[in-house]
Design a protein around this ligand. Structure first.
Ligand SMILES: [Zn+2]
Length: 152
């Protein structure tokens, strides 16, 4: 993976590896820190992760378009997810709706919804244009309970 303008520090590589390993993972800053320090692959030889360093790293990965940042009102913090490859070039607005489970905070991309979503997105962008606005990015999110968290 190419990381433009980022130093390939050990921390960067480890953080990216966590996201690539589990593309549906949608952690807060604190959860990334926990997994870095306690997850598999963490060893005593590795230096503990500095909170501020990690926060800046996540911010920069979001600015480069490698991660997406979503506000989580209930946790009062940001959640970070791996940005899908088809959006990484930044040429097209992100049109894939995502589904977020409010119980486990995993995120699912609804790939099969991409066609109808594109139509809706086109309509929305056209209405904005008619009003003189310029829409650049659409973020569609559906919240609910995933199959794994639904009882029964
Ligand atoms: Zn769930």
């Amino acid at each position: 993976m190419q990381v433009a303008g980022l130093r390939q520090t050990q921390a960067t590589r480890r953080v990216l590896a966590l996201f690539l390993e589990d593309p549906q993972w949608s952690p807060t800053h604190a959860e990334v820190k926990d997994r870095l320090e306690q997850g598999p692959g963490a060893t005593a030889a590795q230096a503990p992760v500095n909170r501020v360093t990690l926060y800046r790293l996540l911010e920069r990965l979001s600015e480069c378009g490698i991660l997406e940042r979503h506000a989580d009102a209930s946790a009062r913090s940001w959640r970070f997810t791996l940005r899908p490859a088809q959006d990484a070039d930044g040429t097209s607005p992100a049109l894939l709706p995502r589904f977020e489970c409010d119980a486990c905070h995993r995120q699912f991309r609804l790939n099969e919804a991409s066609e109808p979503t594109r139509d809706v997105a086109d309509q929305l962008l056209k209405s904005l244009e008619a009003l003189g606005h310029h829409g650049q990015r659409i973020d569609l999110a559906i919240h609910g309970t995933c199959a794994g968290c639904t009882p029964g």
